[in-house]
Every structure is written in C-alpha cells, then in structure tokens.
Write a protein that binds this ligand. Structure first.
Ligand code: NG1
Ligand code: ZN
Length: 537
C-alpha cells in the first residue's frame, strides 16, 4: 500500500544499529542517545497504532532520560489518561525496535495491527515533547520523519522542550472531553497549578523564598515560566540552571544525586544558601518528575526529606482536611509505598490509622494501587510520586453541603489540592507546591516537618551478578522465590539484627541486583547489607 511504502522510505533513513538489543523497560527505552534514532522513529509508529486502537485518542511521546547522564537519552509512550503505556504493549514496542531490516519492521507492524484488529488507515493523534539533552533535536527529527509518512491521516502536535509531567498533563487534558481538567497546553498547565496554589495559600502569603536545584535540566525552564504566573507569592530561587554547558545535566546535582549520595549538591553547599536559619531547598531530577527536599539541622547537619517524608506530610494534612470537612466516613485515604520506603515511615503512617499498601517498584504499580483508595498518596522513597483523587471523591466534594465555615474551607482546600497535584504522574513542580502549601498551613519549617519520625539507618547496594534473571520475587518484591534456599538464609541474617529488614531484587533499569538493608544502627545496617550481598554473589 501507499502507506507502507511511505513508512518504508522513512524507516530506511534510520536503520537499526547492529549488535544492540533494545528493551522497553520500567522507564521506556533508555540508552546512549546516539543509538536511539531508529528506536524513536519506530516508537512513533507504535504511538499511531496505539491511538488507532483507542479510537483516535491522543497518545504522548516523551523523549528524555530523566536523571541519567547527559549522553543518554530515552523515549516513553503516554496513554490517553496521562498514565504510562499499558504494560501489554511494551512487548510490541520491543518487537518493533529490534527488527533488523525495514522489511521485518513492516511485517511486524502489520502483524501487530492484524492481531489487535487495528485499521492502519484510521485517523490517529500524537503529541510529543523532549527535554534539554543535546541528542534531543536529532531524535525528534527521526520521530517526525516516521510520523510524516502518514500525511494528513494523523494529527501531530509538537509541544517542544518541556518537562515529563507537562507532557502527561497535556495528553490527559487533550483527551478529557469534559474540558474540565484544563487547557491542553503548557500554558494551561501553569494556569491550573497557579490558580489552585493561590487558593490554597490564601492570605498566608507571600511565602519564604525557596531554593530549587534544577539539575541543569528542563525544570529550570518550567520554574522560570511558572514564576511569572505566581509572582512574589512564592519566590523560587532557581539554582543549577545551566542548560548550555556541556555535561552539566544531572552532574553533581539533582534529586538522584542528593538521594543516592545523601549530601548537598556541591554547588548548593558552596553558595551557603542553607546556612541561614529556617531555609530549606529541594532538587528536581533532569526531567522534573522527581523531587527531594533537604536542609541543614542546626545550620550544619545535612537532613534529607525524601519521598517517604513527603508522603507522610501530604497524607496527614489530607487526613486532617477530610476530618475537618466532616467526611471521614465517606472518604477512604491510603498511602502506597514500595519495599524501599523506610520502615519508620510505614510504622508512623500505620500508627495514624492510615492504611498502607506495598507494591513492586515502578510508578505504574504504585499508581494502580493508589487508584484503589478514594484519595491515594503514592511516593517512591526517591521522590517520585503524587496524590490521586477518584472521580467519586471529586463528586462528593463538589456536592457536599458544609455545615460550618470551617467545613466549607476544608472542602474548598481539598478540591484545590486535587488541582495543584498532578493527577497523571509524579511531578516535581506540583509536589513542590503541595509541600509548600502544607508547610504554610501548618506553620512548619523543614525542622518541624522532619520531626514527624526518624528514619532507620539504611543501605542500598548494587551487586553485579552473572545472571540477574534467576532472581525471582514475591510479596511486592520483599521475598525471593528463586534461587532456591536463598530467602531462608536472608531471613536468618535478618533475624540476628535489631529492627533488621533486608530484601533483594533484580533492577528493572540496570544490569544488577539491588540489596536493601535497614537496622537500628548505621553499623548494623551496613553489616546486614554486606552479609546479604555476600549471600547473593
Ligand atoms: P530499579 O532499577 O528497577 O531499581 C529504579 C528505581 C525505581 C524507579 C525506577 C525507574 C530505586 C531503588 N529504584 O528502578 O524506584 O524510579 O528506577 O526510573 O530507586
Ligand atoms: Zn525523571
């Protein structure tokens, strides 16, 4: 057909590199940017099929490698409601990416279409964006070359350089036929967040200035643009905003650096921003979908306020609002974590009578579990997370008949929270606004927030093994079922350690096995991590 001839011509310009096998993993395809042009073109073709399968709903394509080093790049697809690509389609993506020749590619494309009963001539709609990586323009060119093969049959929209959560927002808003979610543009996103934030801050502003480490990535652009929408209500002091300096992206800065190294980015330390009393700061990752906070206790000691601390802050605040709104019986609030959540955080939330679910690693698992609550707070310890409000809860809030000004206020604030918090995906900017709102309402600084509970000392270790695929887990990755006998040995090691907890799982993004250990003391956590790592090797 004419369509397949056009697709072939486009694909011929971007042959698959030899000797590489691509895999659509937890975070889409991710590798050196220079290896990716053929993959990106093919992901564009799959986006068209996905859109056709879903009656022409808009599908998103995001070109980013998040917190990875600058030479890396990646691509992932966004489903119509703004969530990650449905898992069963990951195999189709992997299949297309690995076809050795254009002829193979066309055959694979046709077989997917046939198997899923997709009319390849139906209309489709695709929206795409990229982060600031130097390989981005070349990859976008490959994407556009593939999409151009369809001519006017499909609708294509380029929203340019922006954050991952903005693209998710635009996809969700585009597909929302009620038009209530927001205007489906980058500008629409800022307006929605700013309006809700102003409502929530009320007359508590202006808030204290906040230092934001942008990881020398696209968050710097979002922050500067957003500032224009809120003026001096919250002065955002952006640091690490160098988008032009080669190699600067995520280097010695950003959320991943701070969480992994448990220290200030050297740039933040050198500038001394945090020496002033009552100041705190936060770090975004390279595509601004993750955030962690920190401050210096007594002006000296680094204290991390990670995803677990954000989850606790948010859950308690929302729980209080539900109670004040008189809706405790009607709204079921819950928290979703992974096994990496610090044991102290889980215990603390349980003591407050808020249910906690543990899921396997990966945002899609957390997101899914959060949907089972009326209001589901989900965060990975590394700072990726959000709070989901069910449609029913939004209805309940909108129809509630408050019996006092205090109830009315609480209801208004809950509705505004559902608007300030990204309902599609973890979002550094939106989570930042959530945290600042809660701190303002509580009259807290970072120190008071930090006092909620004390993290158990912990270690996270990477262990290289010949074949990580032999490690199989159960119970939300907290127990191994294979290799046979290993879990019993881990259990025995853990039983000897006060407040000990340890688990082993294969990484979904790197070729290694991760060992996590926590215990009552730092040396005991270290010892347990070493013992379990030795068992794994
Ligand atoms: P893996 O490599 O599967 O452990 C890592 C993070 C996840 C998640 C994904 C996606 C840890 C221990 N793991 O997964 O939380 O963020 O990357 O980027 O932080
Ligand atoms: Zn990211």
């Amino acid at each position: 057909s004419a369509l397949f001839a056009a697709i072939s011509k486009a694909a011929d310009q971007y042959p698959k590199p030899e000797g590489v096998t691509f895999s659509y993993g937890t975070a889409g395809f991710r590798t050196l940017g220079s290896r990716l042009p053929s993959v990106i073109l093919r992901v564009g073709l799959l986006a068209v099929l996905r859109s056709q399968r879903l009656n022409g709903s808009t599908i998103g394509v995001m070109v980013t490698a998040s917190h990875n080093p600058e030479p890396d790049n990646g691509v992932k697809l966004v489903d119509p409601a703004g969530e990650m690509l449905e898992q069963s389609w990951e195999a189709h993506a992997t299949k297309l990416a690995n076809c050795a020749t254009t002829a193979d590619l066309i055959a694979a494309y046709e077989s997917i279409a046939t198997a899923l009963r997709i009319n390849v001539n139906a209309p489709a709609s695709v929206v795409y964006a990229r982060d600031t990586r130097p390989s981005g323009p070349e990859l976008i060119k490959a994407l556009e070359t593939g999409l151009a093969a369809y001519g006017s049959q499909i609708k294509v929209s380029d929203i340019g350089i922006t954050t991952t959560p903005v693209l998710h927002y635009v996809v969700k808003a585009t597909n929302d036929k009620t038009g209530l979610y927001g205007t489906p543009t980058i500008e629409g996103y800022y307006v929605k967040l700013a309006t809700a934030f102003q409502t929530l801050v009320g007359n508590r502003g202006p808030l204290a200035p906040l230092y934001v480490d942008c990881a020398n990535g696209v968050g710097a652009i979002a922050l500067a643009d957003f500032q224009k929408h809120i003026g001096e209500l919250l002065p955002l002091k952006a640091i690490n905003t160098d988008l032009d300096k080669a190699g600067a992206l995520n280097y010695q800065c950003g959320a991943d650096f701070v969480k992994t190294k448990q220290q200030l980015p050297p740039s933040v330390a050198a500038a001394g921003y945090l020496s002033a009393p009552k100041t705190h700061a936060c770090s975004f990752d390279g595509d601004a979908d993750r955030i962690v906070y920190y401050y210096l206790r007594d002006g000296k000691h680094f204290r991390l306020l990670d995803g677990d601390k954000i989850a606790v802050l948010a859950a308690l605040f929302i729980g209080d609002l539900i109670a004040r709104a008189g809706l405790t019986d009607k709204i079921k609030l819950g928290v979703v974590q992974t096994a990496y959540a610090n044991g102290s955080s889980t215990k603390f939330i349980n003591h407050r009578n808020i249910p906690v679910t543990c899921t396997p690693t990966g945002v899609k698992h957390l997101h899914h579990a959060a949907l089972r609550y009326d209001i589901g707070v989900y965060f990975e310890a590394n700072g990726h997370g959000t709070v989901l409000f069910s449609d029913e809860v939004l209805e309940t809030l909108k129809n509630a008949e408050p019996e006092s000004p205090d109830q009315k206020n609480a209801i208004k604030n809950l509705i505004a929270l559902s608007e300030v918090i990204n309902q599609a995906v973890g979002d550094a900017l939106s989570d930042l606004l959530l945290v600042e709102v809660v701190l303002a309402h509580r009259g807290y600084g970072a120190e008071e927030w930090d006092e909620s509970y004390e993290d158990l000392p912990n270690r996270l270790v990477k262990v290289e093994v010949p074949d990580r695929s032999i490690f199989l887990t159960t119970d939300a990755e907290r127990k191994l079922t294979s290799p046979a006998g290993l879990q019993a040995l881990i259990d025995e090691a853990v039983s000897k350690v006060e407040l000990g907890r340890s688990f082993v799982r294969p990484s979904g993004t790197e070729d290694c096995v991760r060992v996590y250990a926590e215990a009552a003391s730092s040396s005991a956590a270290e010892g347990l991590a070493i013992t379990v790592s030795d068992l794994v090797k």
